[in-house]
Ligand binder design. Sequence first.
Ligand SMILES: Cc1ncc(COP(=O)(O)O)c(C=O)c1O
Length: 454
Amino acid sequence: MKGRRVITHTEGESNRSEARAAWAARHPDPATRDLLLRDAEAFLHQSLSSPCVSTIARAEGIWIEDTAGRRYMDFHGNSIHHLGYAHPRVVAAIKAQLDELSFAPRRFTNGVSVQLAETLGAIAPGDLSKVLFTTGGSDANEVALRLARAATGRFKTLSFWDAFHGAGFGAASVGGEATFRSHVAGPLLPGAEHVAPFNCSRCAYGHPGPETCGLACAKMVDFVLEREGDVAAVIAEPMRAVPVVPPPGYWRAVRAACDRHGALLIFDEIPTGLGKTGRMFAFEHDGVVPDIVTLGKALGGGILPIAAVVARRDLDVAGDYAIGHYTHEKNPVTARAALETLAVIREEGLTERAATLGSHALATLAEALAGVGIVGDIRGRGLLFGIEIVTDRDSRAPAKDLAERIYYRCLAAGLSFKISAGAVLTLSPPLVIAREDLDRALVIVTDAIRDEAG
Ligand SMILES: Cc1ncc(COP(=O)(O)O)c(C=O)c1O
C-alpha cells in the first residue's frame, strides 16, 4: 500500500474517533467507561463506529438511555426510528409472528411476506409494484443495479459524489464518500461514473440558484449520459440526507435526460422514505416517479433489519438469474414488522405529522438563529433538517471544530444527533415525537449554537 493515501475519517459525518474516545474516557460512571473500553477491545475499529461515544441500555420512543441512566433524545437513530424505539404495536406484531411462523426457507412462500410486497406495490406510485426483499439497504441497492443491468443490457451507472448507498462493493462503487472508497474498499466496479450532486443552498459550482443557473447541475447529468451513451442507470437519493433539498425542476430534468438516453432512474429512499420528509416517498415532492425505488431502515419498525426493492412491473426480466439471493428474503418476522410499521405510519397520519412538525421546526430555528454569524443555512424537508455551521456567512466555509463543540454541548444536555458534510448539524427526530419534546430539543441546539457563537 506504499504511496496510497489512507483515509481515516470521512467528510460525511461527525465525531472523529479520537474525539469519541476522549468523550468516552471522561464518562463519570466506571461501569459505562468499562463497557466502552471492552467495546473498543472487542470490535474491529472503523470510521464512525467503534470506539463509541456512549453505551445504550434502553431505548423507548424518542429516548435512548445509557448504562449510567443518562437519557438522550435521539435525533439520529441511524434513520430507522420513524416510529420511535420499541413501538408497542410493532413489538406485539413481532411476538405474535414468532409464535405463528418464525422463518421461511427459500421456495416456500408465506402470506405475510406476500402481503408486504402487495402493500408496498399499492403504496408506491405509478407502476412500481414488483418487489424483492433483502436484509439491508446496501444489498437492496445492489439488487436494483443488477436489475438495471438485466433490463438495459448495459453496466454503467451515474451517481453523485459524496453520496452514500451502502457498504457493499457494488453500493460503495456508486457511493461517493471518501471513507467508503479508500484503498481498503477498491478496486470498485468499472463504469461507475460520478457527477457533482445538486447543492443549491451553498452552490459548489458558483451559481446563485436555479433561476439564474438554469439547473446547470441537472444539465451535467444529461451531458454525461449523452457522452457515455450507454449508462444503465442513474442512482441517487431524491433528497440528500446531508440534508440538501433538490432545486425545483432538478429531478424532472434528470428524469427527462434518463428517458432520452435510455437510462433507468433508481431512487435510494432508504433514509428518506416512509414519511420522513412529509411525503411517503421523498420523490413525491418533485413530481417524478423513478423506475426502481429502494427502501430500508425504518421499514423494520426500528427493530428488525429489512429492506426492499420496488421496481416497475415490466422490469421483471431477470427470472433466470439470481439478482438478490438472500437467506432472509422472505422472513415472515421481518415482513410482519414492516407491515405493522406501514400500518402505524398510515393509521396515525405520521407522514402528515412529519410535514407539519418539520415546517414548525424550520420556522422556529430560522427565528431563533436569525443573525447568528456562524449559521450559514437552515434547511430540510419534514423531520429531516439541518443547520450549517460556518466560519463566516460570506465564505460559508464549514466550521468543523465549532460544529463538533456544539455537538458535544448538545450531547451533554441530552440531545443526540449527527454532523454531516463536516459541519451540518443533522436533526432527524422520530415522526412520533411530541411537539413539546421537539421544542425542547430545538432550545438545546439553538442555545448551544448561540453559546458557541459568543
Ligand atoms: C442513502 C442510504 N442508502 C443505503 C444505506 C445502506 O443501508 P444499510 O446500512 O441497511 O445497508 C444507507 C445507510 O445509512 C443510506 O443512508
